[in-house]
Design a protein around this ligand. Sequence first.
Ligand code: URC
Length: 322
Amino acid sequence: MLKHSSGRTLYYGKGDVLVYRTYAKPLQVAAVPESAFEGDRNIIFAHNIKFAVSGDKLLASFTEGSNTFVVATDSMKNFLLRNAAEYEGGTTEGLLLFLGRRFLQRYPHITSAEISADRLPFQALDVPGSDGFVRNELVFRRSHNDHASAGLELVSRDGNVEVLASWSGLTGLQLIKVSGSSFYGFVRDEYTTLPDSYDRPLFIFLDIFWRYGDPEQAADAAKGKYVAAEQISDIAHTVFYEEQSPSIQHLIWLIGQRILIRFPQLAEVSFESNNRTWETIVDPASPGQPGVFTEPRPPYGFQGFTVIRADVQPEAPAAGGE
Ligand SMILES: O=c1[nH]c(=O)c2[nH]c(=O)[nH]c2[nH]1
């Protein structure tokens, strides 16, 4: 997408722009049964932003060494940081749209941009109050667990900025289910050494990406349709808990079904999963008994799949049983 009109790739930009905005607008979302998450005070609204731009006027910077139209990536970083102060919303998607649109309006000779970000999560903490523990609003714990992410492709035509594509995501989820997963019945031939497994300790890495039917609902939480990455994370672990999975392939299908049932405003949800199933050293005598496992040896398996709206089976139970 970031191309010169001749079709050749042309872009430049800045990565790892760390924007620690404080006191963004608090976020409120409609609750879903799988998640206790209903919002975020957004006292710390921190992101690692990547920003890249393109435009025909930039060709000469590559071919002739002319910097006449080059906005220095150092200036880009300053633009992103200073303008983040004026963002009035409370979502990653909204912040990216605000910053990307402002940049293209400020520099009209730059005609397209890609902007993406990982949210840097800071966890709220409880402290003793006069009547039990209370949520404090001053001290936060930096979390290195899964986090929200988002990205946008923008073009400007005659001063109007349009969104070409947008995605929202949850990155870095790592879940282990100690019992209740199997993998058997696969092709068995002279290359097969893997035994059938009827109860394996399934450790998965998951990245989940979703698109809205109407991308405006992602950028503006006031429309009441915002889907929080925390809710997606909670749905993923709930479905993993509830369902006996015959494979990761089917597990991500089930998680996708549940997400699209819960959020009719989403058009599709995509998965990238890794299989990190622990290697068994001492087999448990039966489920629930002690066992010993270790990290699997490389290489690792992976899966990718998109669940689309047309896949959603209306008769599918909204919540699976034990
Ligand atoms: O859930 C799984 N899917 C596979 O395709 C696969 N292949 C494999 O060796 N183990 C697994 N597990």
